[in-house]
Design a protein around this ligand. Structure first.
Ligand SMILES: [Zn+2]
Ligand SMILES: [Zn+2]
Length: 86
C-alpha cells in the first residue's frame, strides 16, 4: 500500500521504479544478489535522492550501518557512502 511500487528520481536525474514489489539486482559491482527495491535495501533513509545516502539498492551483505551520530534512526548505506563520511 503505497510502498509496494512507485517511481523516484535518482540523483543522476533518471527516474526508476522502486518499492518492495520491484525486483532488482544489488547495485554493488560484481554482485548478482536478487533483491527488491524496498526501503530495507536502500542506501539512505529515503528513496531517490536521500541526504544520507546515494539512493542505490543493495543486498544485505553490501549495506552497513554508519557510525556517525544522529538523533534519527540510523540509515543503511553502501560501502562507498560509508567511506565518504570519513
Ligand atoms: Zn550509497
Ligand atoms: Zn550485493
Amino acid at each position: 500500500m503505497g510502498y509496494a511500487h512507485y517511481t523516484v528520481t535518482r540523483h543522476d536525474g533518471i527516474e526508476i521504479e522502486a518499492g518492495y514489489a520491484v525486483e532488482a539486482v544489488c547495485e554493488q559491482d560484481g554482485c548478482t544478489e536478487q533483491i527488491d527495491r524496498g526501503l530495507d535495501q536502500l542506501c539512505g533513509s529515503w528513496p531517490g535522492t536521500p541526504e544520507d545516502g546515494c539512493g542505490g539498492y543493495f543486498c544485505s551483505r553490501h549495506l552497513y550501518y554508519g557510525d556517525w551520530e544522529s538523533e534519527e534512526p540510523q540509515s543503511l548505506n553502501c560501502k562507498p557512502c560509508i567511506d565518504k563520511r570519513d
